[in-house]
Design a protein around this ligand. Structure first.
Ligand code: NAP
Length: 255
């Protein structure tokens, strides 16, 4: 690869904030951004110590900033703490998310509320804080984590499906307002990935097999499958992309 092409994807000197980094997809994406040269602020409810250690081992800076993103006051406080530590934030990845499974007719109100708070309200509030900051600084990248359930309804997860459809809509709404101001807002829609989020459906052997058979790639995704896509959307290589939902799904939606 020549130097000009390398420079398109290089994140050296960039500072990112990634949410949901205690494990799963968030950990892999945070490490991927660091492998491309970025320093990373890590936000999860319980802390992201192993992720921070992995990033420091790469020679990059990591700040572990635990916060409960279901709470409005903690969203703003953790954003301010990250800006204080790093001076500026160039890349925001809104990845933290939860799922609650039960039939729609009996879906507990608390589950609905909790899912919407983490999966949607926190995405909007952090994007708002980041958007203002990035517009002031002349640009930035916001990457939201959507889902196959930004397009489909799923089974037993009405709150989750509603939240992820909303994340796709919000991505487009913010992109329309901020594209001309140098802020790219896009989303990644992962397919079926091997993380805690999908542990219950992978434990159901019949369901797991029927999902695997429907994936054209013939396998579930791994967290590392998101490293390339997140670096692409965080880098200059995607400067003319706005409001796009990038599906990383082994072909699931093509079927
Ligand atoms: P995961 O392994 O369960 O990780 C979820 C992350 O979100 C954890 O780091 C968790 O932190 C954090 N989090 C949850 N509630 C939080 C809160 N109130 N405040 C701060 N952080 C919170 O799940 P995952 O599969 O990696 O999911 C990551 C994202 O990808 C989610 O938005 C999910 O909807 C989306 N997604 C996943 C798949 C899949 O197949 N796995 C497919 C499509 C989309 P703690 O551990 O500290 O609670």
């Amino acid at each position: 690869m020549n130097q000009a092409m390398q420079a398109l994807f290089d994140l050296t000197g960039k500072r990112a904030l990634v949410t949901g980094t205690s494990g799963g997809l968030g950990r892999a994406m945070a490490i991927g951004l660091a492998e491309a040269g970025a320093d990373v602020a890590l936000v999860s409810r319980t802390g992201s110590r192993e992720t921070a250690d992995a990033i420091r081992a790469l020679g990059r800076r990591a700040e572990d900033l635990p916060a409960d993103l279901s709470r409005d006051d903690e969203r703003e406080a953790v954003w301010n703490r990250a800006v204080e530590r790093f001076g500026r934030i160039d890349i925001l990845v809104n990845n933290a998310g939860i799922i609650r499974r039960s039939p729609a007719a009996e879906h507990p109100r608390e589950d609905w509320d909790e899912v919407l708070k983490v999966n949607l309200d926190a995405v909007f509030r952090l994007s708002q804080l980041a958007g203002n900051h990035m517009i002031h600084n002349g640009g930035g990248k916001i990457i939201n984590i959507a889902s196959m359930l930004s397009f489909q309804g799923g089974i037993l997860v009405p709150g989750y499906a509603a939240s992820k459809h909303a994340v796709a809509g919000l991505t487009k709404a913010l992109a329309n307002e901020w594209a001309a101001k140098g802020v790219n807002v896009n989303a990644i829609a992962p397919g079926y990935m091997e993380t805690n989020n999908t542990a219950p459906i992978r434990a159901d052997r019949a369901r797991c097999r029927s999902i695997t058979e429907r994936i054209p790639a013939g396998r579930w995704g791994t967290p590392d499958d998101l490293k390339g896509p997140v670096v692409f959307l965080a880098s200059r290589a995607s400067d003319y992309m706005h409001g796009h939902i990038l599906c990383v799904d082994g072909g699931w939606l093509a079927r």
